[in-house]
Design a binder for this molecule. Structure first.
Ligand code: PEP
Ligand code: MN
Length: 256
């Protein structure tokens, strides 16, 4: 890893933000420049390929979005991260200079997919974050981390995004904090960040969940942000503007 990215990867707290999905060039660039202007985030995220539970919803803008992310990086200097689920996603992301990859909750559940991603990353020096599987199965989460480590990846980390359950609950995905804590204990040397956006599923609870993760000594946050959250093409209810994000970060009480 180049020195600059290594410093960012090792920064605590590591703050990642950006839209659930890249939608248009203007949306990606404006979100990125507003986030960069606040000077509070370290890495820019955007979903390029979206694993939707049901068909017929926006499934991601695809490869063109990677060119917008590359532009956003050139303008703001922020390194970028995207979700990858197939060998082709990885190849496209690497070709377009994405700095950090992440594996989504619907992919961590599938050892075939994780292995496919791991195989194509053999010999590649890039950090990879692994979200917990959608179901509360720590062995799948561990298995995904180990598949990546086995191909030689040096920099893997975890994202806690909560676990799904049947029926309506306060959270979109129950945090089940004890499970994330167990993973922190299993892999004390690995980065664990929290994704309050997908735990909450709405804006109201974000601040409290983010604070709880800090109190539990997580290493950072991934929070979705959008210039026009109500009109986002995915996850509209849980996204916040870069300005709201900046205020939220100011109001968090960080451990010293
Ligand atoms: C996302 O980060 O937009 C996403 C699809 O998350 P998850 O895999 O946690 O559902
Ligand atoms: Mn999302």
């Amino acid at each position: 890893m180049i020195e600059h990215l290594k410093n960012i990867w090792n920064k605590r707290p590591l703050i990642i933000s950006g839209p659930c999905s890249a939608e248009t060039e203007a949306q990606v660039l404006k979100t990125a420049t507003d986030l960069a202007a606040s000077n509070k985030i370290d890495v820019l995220r955007a979903g390029i390929w979206k694993p939707r539970t049901k068909p017929g919803l926006f499934e991601g803008i695809g490869t063109i979005g990677l060119t917008w992310l590359a532009q956003a990086k050139a303008i703001t200097g922020l390194p970028t991260t995207v979700e990858v689920a197939t060998a082709q996603h990885v190849e496209e992301a690497l070709k377009h200079g994405v700095d950090i990859l992440w594996i989504g909750a619907r992919t961590t559940v599938n050892p075939f997919s994780v292995q496919e991603v791991a195989d194509v990353l053999k010999g590649v020096d890039i950090p990879v974050l692994v979200k917990n599987p959608i179901n509360p199965d720590l062995e799948l989460w561990s298995g995904a981390l180990e598949r990546l480590q086995k191909v030689g990846l040096q920099d893997v980390g975890m994202i806690h995004r909560g676990f799904s359950s049947y029926g309506n609950t306060e959270y979109r995905n129950a945090p089940m904090w004890h499970l994330a804590i167990e993973m922190k204990m299993r892999y004390p040397e690995l980065l664990m960040i929290c994704d309050p956006s997908h735990i909450c599923g709405n804006r109201v609870l974000l601040q409290d969940v983010a604070q709880k993760s800090i109190d539990l000594d997580f290493g950072g946050l991934m929070i979705e942000s959008h210039i026009d959250p109500d009109n986002a093409w995915s996850d509209a209810k849980q996204q916040i503007t870069p300005e709201t994000l900046s205020k939220m970060i100011d109001n968090l009480i960080w451990r010293v």
